[in-house]
Design a protein around this ligand. Structure first.
Ligand code: ADP
Ligand code: MG
Length: 268
């Protein structure tokens, strides 16, 4: 049984890519088979996982292109083994061209779901990192997913951005693109050590979304180590295993895994 989770938020710089890579590393540490998918033409996730988006071949772009040309793209060829025990489906800048080509394609929202279908069974978790928008590639990610993790920057008013993701999820459900899509959880990231503000934001998020959505208990604090680990092409779990940020993502990974298995028990 595979769980496909899209990490989405239309705002940039909120920690989507950082969350994808570190959650992938955390779940791999727990012994799960994990695939991290880079669906952002910028290729930040690929880089963060140690791949050069200008050099790595083939990528998710080649698979999309084959599918758009009416061939069955072989996604397994584009899956590369990362150094931290999880697989990576990297991206490259040309993926932005796919976004345009998709516009006129039949079943344009379902390409990624179709592409992942062939390799899905090899994994316990597939995590999809998105670009900071709600474009057609992101719609593909939401259509392919079981659930969504929404990272929110722990600062004043940042939480408002989550409403747009939530209404997009609702639209996707209503249009029957993915009727079972739901929020996996809201993750607070980049929390300041000035705990008072963090507490205020936490309370505001709890107040606004807490009744309907799960908010992860673990809060990821700000640390310069995150930026450093990205440059080093490693997760923070590998780069600085004792860092509180590494610990937070380990906790998030455990929480995600626990909640998924509890949900499966409930639904038989
Ligand atoms: N908890 C954190 N503390 C400090 N810097 C962080 C943290 N999480 C992410 N960053 C840094 O913030 C920037 C934006 O994060 P990123 O994950 O790339 O956001 P997004 O994918 O949403 O655009 C990156 O330079 C990243 O290294
Ligand atoms: Mg990103």
């Amino acid at each position: 049984m595979t769980r496909i989770i899209t990490i989405a938020m239309q705002k940039g710089g909120v920690g989507k890519t950082t969350t994808t890579i570190n959650l992938a590393a955390g779940l791999a540490e727990l012994g799960y088979q994990v695939l991290a998918v880079d669906l952002d033409p910028q290729g930040n996730l690929s880089q963060h996982a140690g791949f050069d988006p200008e050099q790595v071949y083939p990528t998710i772009y080649d698979v999309f292109k084959a599918e758009l040309d009416g061939q069955a793209g072989d996604v397994s060829e584009a899956i590369h083994r990362g150094e931290e025990g999880f697989d990576v489906l990297p991206s490259q800048p040309e993926l932005s061209l796919v976004e345009l080509s998709l516009m006129n394609a039949l079943s344009r929202e379902r390409f990624l779901a179709t592409i992942l279908e062939n390799v899905k069974d090899n994994y316990d978790f597939i995590l999809i990192d998105c670009s900071p928008s709600l474009n057609l590639l992101v719609i593909n990610a939401l259509t392919a997913a079981d659930s969504v993790i929404i990272p929110i920057q722990t600062e004043f008013l940042a939480a408002r951005g989550a409403s747009m993701v939530l209404s997009t999820i609702e639209t996707i459900r209503q249009r029957k693109l993915n009727p079972d899509l739901h929020v996996e959880g809201i993750l607070l990231t980049m929390a300041d050590t000035r705990t008072l503000l963090t507490k205020d934001v936490l309370a505001a998020v709890e107040n606004q979304y807490g009744a309907d959505q799960h908010i992860y208990e673990a809060v990821v604090k700000r640390s310069v180590r995150f930026g450093e680990s990205a440059v080093a092409g490693q997760s923070i779990l590998a780069y600085d295993p004792g860092n509180p940020g590494a610990e937070a993502y380990r906790e998030v990974a455990s929480e995600v895994a626990r909640r998924v298995s509890e949900e499966r028990v409930r639904h038989g």
